[in-house]
Design a protein around this ligand. Sequence first.
Ligand SMILES: [Zn+2]
Length: 264
Amino acid sequence: MLEAGMSEPRLLENDEPPPVRVLRAEGPSDLFFTADHAGRKIPRRLGRLGVPEPELTRHIAWDIGIRGVTERLSAAFDATAVVQTYSRLVIDCNRSPGVPGSIPPISEHTPIPGNVGLTEADRAARVAEIFKPYHDRIAALLDARGAAGRRTIYIAMHSFTPVFKGESRAMEVGVLYNRDTRLALILLDLLRAEGDLTVGDNAPYAVSDVSDYGVPVHAERRGLAHVEIEIRQDLIADAQGEAAWAERMARLLAAADARLKAAG
Ligand SMILES: [Zn+2]
């Protein structure tokens, strides 16, 4: 039965997976992981958004490899991880609803016909059934941790394509941040000290209030130390790569957190 004032769901059917998956909700770790672009599912009612299936396995639909890395980090730390199920082509969970790119009519060079000519109700359904439950869950978990006096380090996990609009990217990993550089600068230092990596400093993207949602809304507003991590997708395209990167990041995040704590 629906609550008063709530309209009938118009996007997800009962047998489709929920938009948010929480791993280790009670995990004792200070680290708290999110993966906004982990999934590539498209609600059945949207009929693949009119996009050919092979396009939906490309980076435009999701952050290839990041679900596996995030699951492994959650396991390594016994840490909570909140993971999105649906494709960012349905609605981008790392953008404010309404900004360009939230429901993209074109992604890289691929037209997304199912995102053209949407009504207000179409857009509202994607916000209400995919974006909002995901972020409400993150907010509720963070509020509960805050109420319990728990320390939380917010880590947004992403991956980036090795070739974007024809241009190759040499860097393997990027550390992204906005106003609060506490954790980012430590992690940058540790990644560079690895010696075998080209590390992006607020690259290949930078965090901003317009291009991002998770870090500004959940981490910055609560004053949580945080970082957004971008790993190049070809490095985590199979289970072996996922495991290697999860292992490396687990080691470095543990060291970064220890330094952060020591810095008070
Ligand atoms: Zn992403």
